[in-house]
Write a protein that binds this ligand. Sequence first.
Ligand code: CAO
Length: 423
Amino acid sequence: MKALEGVKILDFTHVQSGPTCTQLLAWFGADVIKVERPGVGDATRKQLVDVPGADSLYFTMLNHNKRSITLNTKNETGKEVLTRLIKECDVLVENFAPGALDRMGFGWEAIQKLNPRMIMASVKGFGPGKYEDCKVYENVAQCAGGSASTTGFLDGPPVVTGAQIGDSGTGLHLALGIVTALFQRERSGRGQKVLAPMQDGVLNLCRVKLRDQQRLAAGPLKEYSQFGEGIPFGEATPRAGNDSGGGQPGRILKCKGWENDPNAYTYFITQAAVWEKICDVIGEPEWKTRPGYATPPERLDKLNEIFDRIEQWTMTKTKFEVMDICNPLDIPVGPILSMKEIMEDEGLQKTGTIVKVPHPERGDYYTVGCPIKMSDSPVEVTRSPLLGEHTLEILKDVLGYDGEDLARVTESGAVGELKQAAE
Ligand code: CAO
C-alpha cells in the first residue's frame, strides 16, 4: 500500500512547476491523470529534443508514474468528459496562465458546485495584486522572489541559480498544500482552494535574506566577506558570493586540479567548535591561541586571509581527499560535485535517488527519483506516459464509458485517437 493510494488527481499541469508537484503525488501513490490537448500535449514533450521523435527528457523527467488522457476541454463533449472527471477526482492541479480555467468554464465556483469535496490547487507566478495576471517562468520568479538580488558576487550583476527554486520549489510547496488540504478534508468533508504563487515560494526559500535585511538596521553583517574587506553596506541585503549563509563562515576553495577541472573545489566551513582541528590540519597551530584568531568574533575581519591560508592547503589535495581528511575530524566540508559525478554516484543509485528508466521511444535514461524516503510507502519510478496513452483506459475504468458512449465521445473529436496502452 502507498500513502496516497485511492486519491485521484486530475492533472492539468504543464512545463515544470505543476508537473513536479503531481509527480511527487504520483510517487506517494496517487492516481495522477494528466489531461493534455489532443495531438499537442504538454509543450515540453517537444522542447529540447535530443532523440528525434521521442518525448524529451524535459518531459519524461517530470512526468513519471502518471497516466495521460487527451481531451479537448474547449469542445462541448470534451467539457462533458471533464465534468465527469471532476466529479470522480479528489484534486485538480493546474498551472495555466491566470484566468485560463475560468475561460474554459471550470473556475473555482463551478468546480465547487460539481464536487464540493474537490481540492483545486494552482501555481501562479504572483499572488493577488498588481502582477496577478502575469505569465511567469522560473527565472522571473527567482528575480521577483529575492533570490537573484542576493545571489552572485558583490561586484557583479544579480545571478539566477541552477536550482529550479521557482518551478520545482513551488511545485513542492503546492504538494504540501494539497496533502494538508486532503488531511483537513478528512474532518471537514470539504475541499478547498490551494494557491502557491512562485514569487512567494522563492521568497520562502530566501527567508534568511529577509532576516539579513532587517539585521542591517543594527549594523554591518559581520559574517559577510565585505565586512572584512571594509566595503560599506547599502540599504539592501547584498550579494554574498559563496559566503556561508549562517553564523559559521564558509567559502568555496580550490582543490588539486582546479586549473583544468571546473569542479575541483570544496566547500569549507570554519565551524567554531572544530577551529583547533582546522588549525592543526592546515599547519597553523599557533592560530589556536593567537590574539585575533582564537575566537569567532575576532576572526570575522580576517576571513579572507584565513580562507586564503586554508585554500593553500586544499590546493594540495583533491576534493575527495579533503573530505576524507576532514570528515573524521568533524570539520564540515563538501566536494563540488558535477552532474556527471552525481549521475554516476553508486550511493545515490542504490537509494533510488538516481534511477535508470526504460522508455519505449527513447531507450534508457537517468532521472532523479523521489527525494523523500518513506518506510511504509516505497516508490517505484515508472516511465512517463506517451501522449494519450491511457485515454481509452481512463474513459472506461474511471468514467465507465461503454461502447456507445465511447463511440460518441471519439466521433466528437473531444479525445483524439484512442490508443491501447503500450507495454
Ligand atoms: N484543451 C483545450 N485547451 C487547452 C487544454 C486542453 N486540454 N489545455 C490547455 N488549453 C488551453 C488553455 O485553456 C489556454 O487557453 P486560453 O489562453 O485560450 O484560455 C491555452 O491552452 C494555453 O494556456 P497557458 O496560457 O497556460 O499556456 P502558455 O504556454 O501561453 O503559458 C505559462 C505558459 C507557463 C507562462 C503559463 O501557463 C503560466 O504563467 N502559468 C502559471 C505560472 C507557472 O506555472 N509558471 C511556470 C512555468 S514553468 O514550470
